[in-house]
Design a protein around this ligand. Structure first.
Ligand code: SAM
Ligand code: SF4
Length: 330
């Protein structure tokens, strides 16, 4: 593994990159997208070769962990080719976040192509509520996908649940039992103010990690786990289960001082912070003349100086960042 060359002004080392591979999706989750979305014209989207080139150069600069996300990564044509390519880079951790709709056919090929871990989004175990939250999703398809992923033998599978008061907060105990039964981890996420939505008032719907923990503690004792992801997640264990329970709390927990990650949008914008607009255009470098890996690496190294000290999300429900999560890569 090459020595890490990505350190920012605050002494934080960046060794984790999230790459968005598409802004498109077969779902329209209420917290993530508007019902009627306009997607990017093809020429604005990085090609799979360009994405692989970005990934390879990040690895050359010391990146140990890559997550592919979107949009829905599994709706991108030929995504397996990219997974196979990145699978050869010797990463310590190679993961994908997916809505699970394609996993019945894609889980095994993904595992064989070198993917280590999957995060699968699941906000409800009730078919109607699931449909209401995702607008187009079919619960049974995702549940089958989760089973297919379990059979494929990933190193780890984690369920991601965005908790919203009045929509799915009463399902927290059931979701915990589901994760225990399926022997997978589960993280509860506070909704973030990314993109303008009309379906609910984010300020009112916010269910803090503290509140979620209190609900779970009525059923299970939670013991803090020692792992630290360097991100907004805090993990707990239950005495009688392998399942870990994570809480992703951008509002109530300030994780910025240990932040180790950056994101690259599907347009090739290197985002230094989820909660700020600071970014650098890598696509311009990738499509420059001549394109050199040296220039790309120099641009990435210099971009570290732009990484802000912290995010400024507040919990009043106001939109603070106009881009939607599908653009950012969650
Ligand atoms: N389509 C894939 C999926 O749903 O897992 C990957 C992309 S999605 C943008 C990544 C994660 O971001 C999902 O777990 C989703 O629930 C979460 N997400 C989307 N919008 C969010 C928001 N406004 N606040 C918090 N989490 C959000
Ligand atoms: Fe699609 Fe994932 Fe956004 Fe839902 S959260 S609309 S599945 S990108």
């Amino acid at each position: 593994m090459p020595q890490n060359k990505l350190t920012d002004r605050f002494g934080r080392t960046v060794n984790y990159v999230r790459l968005s591979v598409t802004d498109r999706c077969d779902f329209r989750c209420v917290y993530c997208m508007a019902e009627d979305m306009t997607f990017l014209p093809r020429q604005q989207v990085l090609t799979l070769e360009e994405i692989a080139r970005v990934a390879r150069n990040f690895v050359d600069l010391g990146t140990e962990k890559i997550r592919l996300t979107g949009g829905e990564p599994l709706v991108r044509k030929d995504i397996l080719e990219l997974v196979k390519e990145i699978g050869t880079y010797g990463l310590r951790d190679f993961a994908m976040t997916t809505n699970g709709s394609q996993l019945t056919t894609m889980a095994e090929p993904l595992r064989k192509a070198g993917m280590h871990r999957l995060n699968i989004s699941l906000d409800s175990l009730d078919a109607e509520k699931f449909r209401n939250i995702t607008r187009t999703g079919k619960l049974s398809q995702v549940l089958d996908g989760i089973d297919a992923a379990r059979e494929a033998g990933f190193r780890g599978i984690k369920i991601n649940t965005v908790v919203m008061k009045g929509r799915n907060d009463e399902e927290i105990p059931e979701l915990i039992e589901f994760a225990r039964k399926k022997k997978v981890d589960i993280s509860f996420i506070e909704e973030m103010p990314l993109g303008e939505i009309s379906e609910h008032d984010r300020g009112l719907a916010l269910c803090t990690s503290e509140e979620v923990r209190d609900i779970i503690r009525k059923h299970h004792e939670l013991v803090p786990a020692t792992e630290d992801s360097g991100g907004p997640a805090r993990y707990y264990r239950m005495e009688d289960s392998e399942t870990r329970v994570g809480f992703i709390s951008p509002h109530s927990h300030n994780f910025c001082s240990t932040c180790n990650r950056v994101r690259v949008t599907v347009e090739g914008r290197l985002l230094l912070c989820l909660g700020n607009e600071h970014s650098v255009d890598l696509r311009r470098v990738l499509r420059g003349n001549p394109v050199t890996d040296d220039k790309l690496r120099e641009t990435i190294i210099n971009a570290m100086d732009l990484k802000p000290e912290r995010h400024h999300f507040s919990s009043n429900g106001d939109v603070q960042i106009l881009r939607f999560m599908n653009m950012t890569g969650g």
